[in-house]
Design a protein around this ligand. Structure first.
Ligand code: C2O
Length: 529
């Protein structure tokens, strides 16, 4: 649908009339239909200089949005108000609100320039967003003349109490965004941020499994990161022919969703950072990265120099074009250079067992499998491989392959040696692809071919992968590869079966079957290293 047709179809008046269909909204009147940013390249700049860090300032806490006192809430509001005002007064100031949001658009979805780095879907995800948050925090502090300003985080994993839109971001003022689909009564489904799901995500032990690698997305990015975006953009998907996630109704060749014009900002990478809640969401992602790094037994951050020395460019608080390296922002440097630490949330999540479900008791059948020490190397077990793309569809989708005896024995040993084992089974889904106006949320199960939308996060649960829609014409020429560490309890189930059955269960963010999906992949395999 072209621009003119879109404006005609979704005029403001008709929006207002249709808003009632979606229940309570946060605004009295429908916000104007808005055009997606297509070309979101940064303003002109020269060569980047190294960013400077002021290490004489105090280390101060980033707090949960629920733990801010009233003056801190007011300060957060004034900072975002100043940022919004800057865009109105000086639209080309690279520090203003719209330009800030465009930085995310440019780096996260290819904003009209597929030559720039795509920082989603790989090991760039965590450090790039940490750099972005830091520069954003400095700009906000500078605009209100308060170098002690720190961002707040949205601890949706304090479940279920904080798995709702945080109150400061609902109060009228600069923290509200009219283009949100979630309403105050919505709660993020437990499958994404509940205790069992978080235990699986934070239980990843390898750097690749948690953080992703050069060409693979890791657990934290896949979920809860993606689903929380999609949920905030549109927690209540209910439109016919709607793919997963939010998208622009005027996407060329895309569906039109006139009844739900407001599911934009957080649900699409091109606009996500136009909602101040983006920065609270990402502060929590950033905090959980720290939580993970400090867990005993994890591999921790990558040590590759190509990762450590990589430079990201931003405009700093003085509108200078600067670079920061990944090494500048790793855990120890948050206090050293970036001058913040994460104050743990004061509220506690509802008590739930740390492990989703106890490992199944050994059965007689298992005992017949010969025990061996964990093998040094094993050929990957290919579950499915095709040169052309395989469609996932909208229903649970199963692929299976016979498990050779050596893998079976090894899976058994791995299952028994528990979480201390320093060798890991990883399930890979490679060559994942989607049109840029579509998203995906897919739960992955092993050894449970009848897994479906009702299947809980139990022993057969491998993980969740997601893709947040990029936005129209925002297409990096990339296919995504997702990796999932197999937990010992899942390996135990697989070791008991003749076949390795992998089930992909696509869903909408509200837990229903997607009405449409163009999701495809090329390969599924299990590796052991
Ligand atoms: Cu760059 Cu949460 O997105």
């Amino acid at each position: 649908m072209n621009r003119r047709r879109f404006v005609r179809t979704v005029s403001q008046g008709s929006l207002a009339a249709m808003i009632g269909l979606k229940g309570t909204r946060l605004w009295a009147q429908a916000p104007p239909a808005k055009e997606p940013p297509i070309n979101c390249a940064p303003p002109k700049h020269g060569a980047a200089k190294r960013i400077t860090f002021d290490t004489s300032t105090p280390v101060l806490p980033r707090k949960s949005a629920w733990d801010l006192d009233p003056p801190e809430i007011t300060r957060l509001q004034s900072a975002y108000q100043a940022l919004r005002d800057l865009t109105v007064k000086t639209p080309n100031d690279p520090r203003g609100w719209a330009q800030q949001a465009n930085i995310h658009c440019f780096n996260c979805s290819g904003g009209f320039d597929p030559s720039n780095v795509e920082i989603h879907g790989s090991w760039w995800f965590l450090p790039w967003h940490r750099c972005y948050l830091h520069v954003h925090e400095r700009i906000l502090g500078k605009l209100i003349g308060d170098p002690t300003f720190r961002l707040a985080y949205w601890d949706w994993d304090t479940y279920p109490g904080h798995a709702i839109l945080p109150p400061p971001f609902l109060a009228p003022g600069a923290l509200v965004d009219a283009y949100r689909g979630a309403v105050p009564s919505n709660v993020i489904p437990a499958k994404y941020t509940g205790a069992a799901a978080m235990a699986v995500v934070l239980g990843a032990q390898t750097s690749a499994g948690f953080m992703g690698s050069a060409s693979q997305s890791g657990a934290l990015e896949n979920s809860p990161h993606g689903p929380v975006h999609i949920w905030t953009g549109n927690a209540n998907p209910n439109q016919a022919n709607e793919p997963v996630g939010c998208f622009y109704p005027n996407t060329v060749g895309g569906p039109s969703e006139p009844q739900s014009p407001n599911c934009l900002d957080m649900g699409v990478l091109a606009t996500a950072a136009q909602d101040p809640i983006f920065f609270a969401h990402h502060s929590n992602i950033d905090r959980l990265w720290d939580v993970w790094v400090q867990r005993p037994g994890v591999q921790g951050n990558w040590k590759n120099t190509s990762w450590l020395h990589h430079k990201f460019n931003f405009f700093d608080e003085n509108a200078n074009w600067v670079y920061i390296t990944v090494a500048d922002v790793l855990a120890a440097e948050e206090q050293n250079k970036l001058r913040y630490s994460y104050q743990p949330p004061k509220a506690k999540a509802s008590p739930t067992p740390a492990s989703p479900t106890p490992s199944p008791k050994p059965t007689a059948a298992k005992e017949t499998v010969k025990r061996t020490s964990p093998a040094k190397a094993m050929a990957p077990l290919m579950v499915h491989s095709a040169a052309t793309a395989t469609a996932v569809g909208i229903k649970p989708h199963v692929q299976s392959v016979a498990v050779p005896p050596d893998h079976q024995a090894n899976l058994r040993t791995f299952a028994d040696s528990g979480p201390e084992a320093n060798r890991h089974y990883t399930l890979h889904i490679d060559g994942i692809s989607l049109p840029p106006n579509e998203g995906a949320i897919v739960h992955v199960f092993a050894a449970q071919p009848d897994a479906n939308l009702e299947t809980p996060v139990g022993p057969s649960f491998v993980g969740t992968f997601s893709i947040v829609p990029s936005g129209p014409q925002h297409q990096h020429p990339m296919e995504r590869n997702a990796v999932f560490e197999l937990r010992p309890e899942t390996a135990a189930l697989v070791a008991e079966k003749k076949n390795l059955e992998v089930t992909l269960v696509p869903e909408m963010v509200n837990g229903t079957e997607p009405l449409k999906s163009n999701l495809t992949y090329k390969k599924i395999y299990l590796s052991f290293e």
